[in-house]
Write a protein that binds this ligand. Structure first.
Ligand code: FAD
Length: 559
């Protein structure tokens, strides 16, 4: 057998490679989410996607795209500016596949066709595929997400949107560095963060002055910098800069209408902990041309929809990455024998895995409940309330619990987990990212406080919703009463904001699991996460009888 022919020993007791598995059909919670949240995609379509997403080839492309990091080429041999980033072919291939699947555009395709309205469940359908894709390659989903999220903001300036949408909504990936009008498909990025402030974008110092007349849709000249500009090979960016009327939003293309290159001077690429397939640059705007989207001074209001949609993708990506961490750990423990027994049959390991499975169930359920709220918010007040309140709540909780779960899954793999050839090390480096960008933890908590102050009806609506689905469970009811008490303590709201947001996330997960998950899952989650047994490390509290049910559900036995 290949690889066993050592003179000194035989290779044995290593778990078989974790690949060539259908990421949809091996994931019971995901299949249930597709049905429950009314995905606009059939079981067969999602199963076909899951097979491709979990193929050995897809995992290999993910490895290659991350081990061969993008490289910045600032100048050519003769000293002329290039400002190009070169990617490994594997990166272009994963981009090509995700664009072909419509991950950057499927939600908006009705805008181009005869259909006047989006189909129900388009957001859920897209995000199911996103959840699977992030498991094999996460970094390229940055420009995929940003392109998708840019659509509503661009549409606030219809003549600019009209020029861009046909190519943004194309399912063809075109990697060439060419003016967008010459390309088969384009991608869009986002430039908000500067050195002196990311969260506090009002501190932006990049200046914008009108090239001629001022006003929506007009051309401006931008001078300044962006400290984080991911996916700089995008064909254009939505950027914030200070105009005379205040912080404003601009569309800044890589090429100018006359075919010249817009002076976005890439200074260097960030040397990041993870997310290595994706390039994140520092850039100087040396008189770059940008076109105003919306009114001067309305920059935050203009770009907020892009930010909100990006937060949803962060939630789903973190849930998907947690799922991969768990599935790998369960797979390994089913094959690895220690002290003559498979790890999965060792009571202590079964307790750890089952406890992790509870958080993956909760994260997946909350993520897709939120996705449906995005699908329905335009026509349903309850969904709009869920979207407004539960976007920051879910982003806070799911993105924040993900790194700890990734670490525990790594430990389940033993020493192999800590080695770069496996998936666990790359995943571990990726996992903190979604909590940091697009609104870090505290910022999400402050956003929840903003909802309380500005839209108390949304909070009442969500709490009533949770009460309704809790099935009269006394522990969920008690948690809801606790939440009402926390909310009533106005004086201490900011100090207690993390406690409030975490409690709301766990209570929502508990209520939804009670309503939708198998009894063993709901019971174990409520008993450990609401009744106070959970101590931020995994392995305590799940009853032995429930462990087997949870693990069989988490991952069916693979060949
Ligand atoms: C890999 C990567 C890629 C990125 N790509 C992009 C990109 O393409 N475009 C872009 O615009 N940005 C990008 N960012 C930047 C990212 O969005 C910011 O780093 C993030 O918004 C935080 O801003 P900051 O770094 O300035 O931190 P700060 O704003 O200084 O925040 C630091 C900490 O303080 C906390 N904090 C802030 N305000 C308060 C408060 N009032 N009370 C309590 N705590 C508070 C925050 O939660 C955070 O934990 C990227 C970041 C990373 C890591």
């Amino acid at each position: 057998m290949a690889g066993t022919n050592f003179a000194t020993h035989e290779v044995s007791n290593q778990s078989p490679p974790f690949r060539d598995l259908n990421l949809f059909l091996t994931d019971a919670a995901l299949q249930e989410a597709a049905k429950r949240e009314r995905a606009a995609a059939s079981h067969e379509e999602l199963a076909a996607f899951g097979a491709a997403a979990g193929s050995a080839e897809a995992f290999e492309l993910g490895r290659l795209a991350n081990e061969n990091q993008p490289r910045l080429r600032r100048f050519d041999q003769k000293g002329f500016s290039l400002d190009l980033v070169e990617f490994h072919p594997a990166y272009h291939e994963v981009m090509r596949r995700s664009c072909r699947a419509g991950l950057h555009c499927s939600t908006w395709e009705h805008l181009q066709g005869a259909e006047a309205l989006p189909r129900d469940g388009v957001q859920v359908a897209r995000l199911l595929c996103f959840y699977m894709t992030t498991q094999t390659e996460a970094g390229h989903l940055c420009p995929v997400t940003m392109t998708h999220a840019a659509v509503p903001t661009l549409r606030m300036q219809p003549e600019i949107a009209d020029a861009l949408l046909p190519r943004m909504l194309s399912r063809r990936y075109d990697e060439r560095f060419r003016p967008h009008g010459e390309k088969a498909g384009i991608t869009i990025g986002m430039g908000m963060t500067e050195k002196q402030g990311g969260t506090d974008v009002r501190a932006n110092t990049t200046m914008a002055r009108p090239a001629a007349a001022a006003g929506p849709g007009r051309e401006y000249i931008l001078v300044g910098h962006k400290w984080f500009l991911s996916a700089p090979m995008c064909d254009g960016f939505l950027m914030l800069a200070q105009a005379e009327g205040g912080l404003s939003c601009f569309f800044v293309p890589r090429f100018l209408p006359d075919g010249g290159v817009n002076p976005l001077r890439l200074q260097r690429l960030k040397d990041k902990l993870g997310n290595r397939s994706n390039a994140s640059s520092e850039v100087e705007l040396q008189g770059a041309h940008g076109w105003l989207i919306g009114e001067e001074g309305r920059g935050i209001a203009t770009i907020i929809e892009m930010v909100t949609l990006t937060r949803l993708d962060c939630v789903v990506a973190s849930a998907g990455q947690m799922r991969l961490a768990l599935a790998q750990a369960v797979h390994h423990c089913r094959h690895r024998r220690v002290f003559q027994r498979h790890l999965v049959d060792q009571p202590l390991m079964a307790a750890v895995l089952a406890d992790m499975a509870l958080d993956v169930e909760a994260a997946t359920l909350l993520a897709f409940r939120l996705a449906r709220a995005f699908d329905e918010a335009a026509s349903d007040e309850g969904a709009a309330a869920w979207r407004r309140l539960m976007t920051p709540v879910t982003k806070y909780w799911v993105c924040k619990i993900a790194p700890a779960l990734g670490y525990e899954a790594m430990e389940c793999l033993g020493g192999n987990g800590y080695v770069e050839e496996g998936l666990a090390a790359r995943l571990y480096r990726e996992l903190p990212l979604n909590a940091i960008w697009e609104g870090s933890g505290n910022v999400m908590c402050l956003d929840v406080l903003r909802v309380l102050a500005q839209d108390a009806a949304a909070v009442d609506s969500v709490l009533a919703d949770l009460e309704g689905v809790s099935g009269g469970d006394r522990r969920v009811q008690a948690a809801l009463r606790g939440l009402h008490n926390l909310l009533a303590d106005r004086e201490n709201l900011e100090r207690q904001a993390r406690h409030l947001v975490e409690t709301l996330a766990r209570t929502a997960a508990a209520a939804l699991l009670r309503a939708h998950a198998p009894a063993a899952v709901a019971e174990a989650f409520i008993a450990t996460r609401l009744d106070g047994g959970f101590r931020h490390t995994y392995g305590a509290g799940v009853a032995p009888a429930d462990r087997r049910v949870l693990l069989d559900r988490a991952l069916p036995a693979l060949e």
